[in-house]
Design a protein around this ligand. Structure first.
Ligand code: ADP
Length: 431
């Protein structure tokens, strides 16, 4: 399922960015091509102005001058004397001159059509000569041209010079620019797709991990609930046929297992509240030493029952108040003390201590019990995790430390474990 989502997200991400990039490239190309075209047309007009001025200054238009101009500016010149093609046009070879003749006719036709639309062109310029620039597409050469008709009145005759400039090189330049943009866009789309694949993969990772954790959590919870449930069902079955004296024993078992289930369900509820950020934490200034004293008094009888010596070390001077939820912090201390008593053999020692350093309260529970291997240290805060050595301990589901971890985290604090010097383990909570 996540593979499909990953693919769809990648396509969506890459698609949207590629679309924006292509639209921007097209806009850029449009503006740039318009600019190139306008600049070229302006340059052509300037050249025509120069040519017209030169022509006006010459009493006779020499063929050498026209040939020189053609070669210099990549232009084609056609000269019409009173509408009749001038000798200059016939100097070229036969095929070339036929093609150019057609070209000239097309240019003239276009000019005459345009003149009909803008008749004032003829009069707007100097009365001696005028010129008019336009663009047209030739059918015979299949090429676009900028064209200009320079009309000069000389004595009683009229001289018309048609100048054509092919747009082939401009179109080639535009074509190359478009080709480069296609290449750049394709490379960018490829890079975007790879980037989107990695990026969306990274985004999905926590969701995938979370889902796997949820599956694992439900599987472990069902497994843990099955055992007391099976005991309750079989005890209830036996209770039906048992004598009244024996019934009492079965009912006791049912009650005990029911309590076990209830404590497990409460733990799971606490964790699910923490996951859904519905963990209620009522912060207020708390005297941690008083809190530890209360926990000590509450657990002393239990420790005594197991012949474990429980001690409490508090600093002599009064510590600054700690901003915390007293109920929740008591819960953390209870979890740590309960574990310490469970995993410390008889005649063992457990020590609770508190000290303050650099704005932090350090609260620790140290025992000389079975200890925790380095391998297990990495996992004991995971839900339902129990180290192999402690699996037989009844009433332990492997949720206590994960609850403690969530509570400390909600306080913005830290909880870590170290080996105690006497072989057991030491849990430290930093608030
Ligand atoms: P449990 O309910 O099983 O104690 P916890 O989450 O509180 O679950 O603890 C996880 C595991 O960490 C325990 O199963 C045990 O293996 C190990 N552990 C916790 N506290 C101690 C301790 N004081 N000494 C040794 N092992 C401990």
């Amino acid at each position: 399922m996540f593979k499909k989502v990953h693919l769809h997200l990648t396509l969506l991400c890459a698609g949207i960015t590629a679309f924006i990039m292509i639209v921007m490239s097209l806009c850029y190309l449009y503006v740039s091509e318009e600019g190139l075209y306008k600049n070229q047309f302006q340059a052509f007009k300037n050249d025509i102005n120069t040519i017209t001025t030169n022509l006006e200054q010459q009493s006779v238009i020499s063929m050498e001058w026209l040939s020189k101009m053609e070669a210099q500016g990549n232009y084609l010149f056609f000269v019409l004397d009173n509408g009749v093609p001038f000798l200059y046009n016939q100097l070229k070879n036969y095929d070339e001159s036929i093609l150019e003749d057609q070209l000239m006719q097309e240019a003239l036709e276009h000019y005459n059509n345009t003149i009909l639309i803008y008749p004032d062109v003829r009069t707007s310029n100097s009365y001696v000569s005028y010129h008019f620039e336009y663009e047209f597409s030739s059918v015979s050469t299949n090429t676009k041209y900028f064209a200009s008709v320079i009309s000069m009145g000389r004595y009683a005759s009229s001289l018309e010079i048609i100048v054509l400039s092919s747009l082939t090189s401009l179109e080639k330049q535009i074509g190359e620019q478009r080709f480069h943009f296609v290449l750049i866009d394709l490379a960018a789309i490829l890079a975007l797709t790879i980037f989107s694949w990695i990026f969306t993969g990274k985004l999905l990772n926590p969701i995938i991990e979370n889902q796997q954790k949820q599956i694992q959590f439900v599987a472990s919870a069902s497994h843990e609930l099955r055992t007391p449930l099976a005991v309750i069902l079989s005890a209830a079955e036996c209770c039906k046929k048992a004598s009244p004296q024996k019934q009492e024993g079965f009912l006791k078992t049912i009650r005990q297992e029911g309590l076990r289930m209830s404590s497990l369900v409460n733990d799971m509820l606490t964790l699910s509240q923490s996951d859904g950020h519905r963990f209620s934490i009522q912060m207020k200034p708390v005297e941690l030493d008083t809190l530890l004293m209360n926990s000590y008094e509450a657990f002393e009888p239990l420790a005594k029952e197991k012949s474990i010596s429980l001690s409490l070390d508090l600093p002599d001077e009064a510590l600054p108040l700690c901003n915390a939820d007293p109920e929740r912090i008591s819960q953390v201390i209870s979890i740590l003390l309960h574990n310490a008593i469970s995993y410390t053999p008889e005649q063992g020692k457990i020590n609770i201590s508190l000290f303050y350093d650099k704005d932090n309260h350090y609260l620790s529970v140290k025992d000389n019990g079975i200890g925790i291997s380095d391998e297990d240290k990495k996992k004991i805060f995971d839900r339902f995790y129990r180290a192999e050595k402690s699996r037989s301990t009844k009433g332990h589901f492997g949720l206590g430390l994960s609850i403690a971890y969530e509570i400390v985290k909600a306080h913005g604090g830290n909880i870590y474990i170290t080996d105690a010097e006497n072989g057991g383990s030491e849990f430290t909570v930093v608030l």
